[in-house]
Design a protein around this ligand. Structure first.
Ligand code: ADP
Length: 203
């Protein structure tokens, strides 16, 4: 299956996509992880991206589209993938559609985790506290001011992506405010709904 996993920072995408990738046996492709890897490796992309990420803003579409285009070519993505953190703008969504069409592929669906804003802030604050408690390194972009910038970027630049997929009949919403197991259950139901659409198309 080829899925996009959409949802604001702190929505619980990390937790659920971990479960999902085991369940589906396809890799989770997180642009946030790829970019953080590039920053650590001090590659040209990483050098360009670091300040932007630390400010909670979005890295340019060209850069991100480039890394995704390379990543989906790798062997492990051949059976499908879960895109996490991409597309984050309508331009990225359009580029993804093109990348897939060039390979005669398409998305099975887009899962959107919906969570209210107050919950997002407290969840990320909790993540920061828990990380500190075990002596871990807190992500620079989990600081309060940066978090606000990330949430704003989500509202302004990424919410239209959900409309984009809704208009194409690809959007499957999940209430992310419920307990982890319940959310997992709703995701399973939405995957079944996606498969049913698929079956109908094949008939
Ligand atoms: P979050 O926890 O906010 O979901 P991610 O780990 O997905 O964060 O991404 C961290 C940062 O990496 C973003 O704030 C942004 O600067 C950059 N980034 C990740 N994916 C994209 C993308 N598709 N387009 C632009 N910037 C991105």
């Amino acid at each position: 299956m080829r899925l996009v996993f959409l949802g604001p920072p702190g929505a619980g995408k990390g937790t659920q996509s971990e479960l999902l990738k085991r369940r589906l046996g396809v890799p989770q492709l997180s642009t946030g992880d790829m970019l953080r890897g590039a920053v650590r490796a001090a590659s040209p992309v990483g050098l360009k991206a670091k300040a932007i990420m630390d400010a909670g803003q979005l890295v340019s579409d060209d850069v991100v589209i480039g890394i995704v285009a390379e990543r989906i070519e790798e062997a492990d993505a051949g059976q499908g993938f879960i895109l996490d953190g991409f597309p984050r703008t309508v331009a990225q969504a359009e580029a993804l559609e093109e990348l897939l069409a060039e390979r005669a592929l398409r998305l099975d669906g887009v899962l959107e985790l919906e969570v209210n804003e107050a919950a997002l802030v407290s969840r990320i604050e909790k993540r920061v506290e828990e990380t500190r408690a075990v002596g871990g390194v807190v992500r620079a972009d989990d600081q309060p001011e940066t978090l606000k910038a990330r949430l704003d970027a989500y509202k302004v630049q990424t919410s239209p992506v959900s409309t984009y997929y809704d208009q194409r009949g690809l959007l499957y919403r999940v209430n992310g405010m419920l307990p982890i197991d319940t959310v997992t259950g709703s995701i399973e139901e939405q995957l079944a709904a996606m498969r049913a659409v698929h079956q109908q198309e094949l008939r």
